[in-house]
Design a protein around this ligand. Structure first.
Ligand SMILES: [Zn+2]
Length: 323
């Protein structure tokens, strides 16, 4: 194979997708097992869909321009301790920075909260199609929020001469070491304040960023041209970070990728569970074989609206559904 061809394949391997497809699908699949029986009966029945659809948000990125900023936030453009100082709620953030500016630097923490509300709404409407679609989406964004390189403008090490580190961390390492991970994360618990919990996650993810970049830099200086080699995948030969280099990096990070992966599974389960509890724990068993028609769903939407008006249960000002 010609070098130019190899290099172009390397370029393909370096496309930036959040966790690789593989990890995103596993996160959604494993999150199903954190759910209580009343939920898991429905989620297990649809586990293949939830796993396949885990990568839909990344697929949409090319067709839907609004999709792009939902996967990350460049915290460093906001200065020190941004994860603690940025306005917690979308409406406050828009008031302070304006929507265009927020969108430019990524909106993942606010977007997760928004999808949580949409999922809660889908549970209230007992709309199985939307419950599944939004659950799958939510797992994706929650996964992205656990990737340190999704919290910086230096998202692929391009500002520090470490191009390729993104896919290295989130695709290559999980593929090589996935079999060693411990998948038991315990049962999902209810989250009292989803938006605050998301910010806690973002802050914790961002704390890991320094090690992600620093250790790779150090290793790169030590190992020089042993950093890469070529592997055959099917009929293609691809330039990859060598096994030796990957193992050393994995050890330097002392389980970070696994920790973030497990935290993604746990948080996804918690958000699904919280949306269901906050919608009054609707019976999901009845949704396994029944698909409501569009008219039926429209009627339910109307009922829900009336019920809200009567009870004056409005959307709280802070809840930020207005996006
Ligand atoms: Zn993504």
């Amino acid at each position: 194979m010609k070098t130019a061809q190899k290099i172009s394949l390397l370029g393909v391997a370096w496309l930036l997708f959040g966790w690789g497809f593989f990890a995103h699908q596993k996160i959604n699949r494993l999150a199903v097992f954190t759910l209580p029986p009343e939920m898991s009966v429905f989620y297990k029945k649809n586990i293949d869909y939830l796993s396949d659809a885990a990568v839909n948000p990344d697929r949409r990125r090319y067709a839907v321009p609004e999709e792009v900023p939902r996967h990350y936030i460049d915290l460093d453009v906001y200065g020190d301790s941004a994860a603690y100082k940025l306005p917690r709620y979308w409406n406050e953030a828009v008031a302070k920075f304006g929507e265009d500016s927020l969108v430019k630097h990524g909106i993942v923490p606010w977007h997760i909260n928004r999808v949580y509300f949409q999922l809660r709404e889908a549970f209230l409407l007992k709309d199985p199609g939307s419950i599944l679609r939004l659950s799958a989406d939510l797992g994706h964004y929650v996964g992205d929020a656990h990737v340190p390189l999704h919290t910086t403008k230096n998202y692929d090490g391009q500002l520090t001469d470490q191009i390729g580190i993104h896919a290295f961390w989130e695709s290559r390492l999980p593929e090589l070491f996935f079999n060693e991970y411990d998948f038991f994360v315990g049962p999902a618990q209810h989250i009292d304040d989803v938006q605050k919990e998301v910010w806690r996650i973002i802050a914790q993810t961002n704390q890991a960023l320094d090690s992600v970049l620093r250790f790779e830099k150090k290793l790169s200086q030590q190992m020089g041209n042993r950093k890469f080699n070529f592997e055959t995948k099917g009929k293609q030969t691809v330039k990859v970070f060598s096994q030796e280099y990957s193992k050393k990096y994995h050890e330097l990070l002392s389980g970070m990728v696994e920790r973030q992966f497990r935290a993604s599974v746990k948080a996804t389960g918690k958000l699904w569970y919280t949306a269901w509890v906050d919608a009054g724990q609707p019976d999901l068993k009845s949704l396994i074989d029944y698909k409501p028609t569009e008219e039926e769903l429209a009627r339910r939407r109307e009922e829900l609206k009336k019920w809200r008006e009567e009870r004056k249960v409005g959307v709280r000002e802070h809840e930020g559904e207005g996006r």
